[in-house]
Design a binder for this molecule. Structure first.
Ligand code: 5GP
Length: 115
């Protein structure tokens, strides 16, 4: 299967604006931001979507959430709020088939609820 853009970003073949790195996880700015802060968190080990990650290695999910937690704490986003999203599969709106979590913040995001 051909490489996704995120593999190319990880290998350095494509440029990206990195905002977080540890031995397991990296995060970079989304090229087409949907909020003032729009970051993508990926694991260095590839899976295609969150369900595959869950089946192959639940600990990778924990690695990602630990990294997101570190980032939001370091950038004081907890108090104001933020959103974490993962799209899974075609009908879920996934376009890049390398598991990733969107972190959206920095402005008032639309609520899913009616109130
Ligand atoms: P998905 O639609 O799969 O949930 O999210 C893929 C995300 O990757 C989209 O928000 C899209 O804007 C972002 N994206 C696509 N190509 C690139 C790229 O080359 N560089 C970066 N930084 N983001 C990208």
């Amino acid at each position: 299967m051909s490489e996704t853009v995120f593999e190319k970003i990880l290998s350095g073949e494509l440029p990206a604006d990195f905002v977080y790195e540890d031995d397991k996880v990296v995060a970079f700015k989304d090229l087409y931001p949907q909020a003032k802060i729009h970051l993508l968190f990926i694991h260095r080990e590839k899976t295609s979507h969150v369900n595959e990650m869950m089946q192959k290695s639940e600990s990778q999910l924990l690695d990602l959430f630990r990294a997101i937690n570190r980032y939001v704490e370091q950038h004081n986003l907890t108090e104001k709020g933020f959103r974490i999203v993962t799209n899974c599969g075609k009908e879920g709106g996934q376009t890049v088939f390398y598991t990733h979590f969107h972190l959206l913040a920095g402005e008032q995001l639309a609520s899913f609820g009616r109130s």
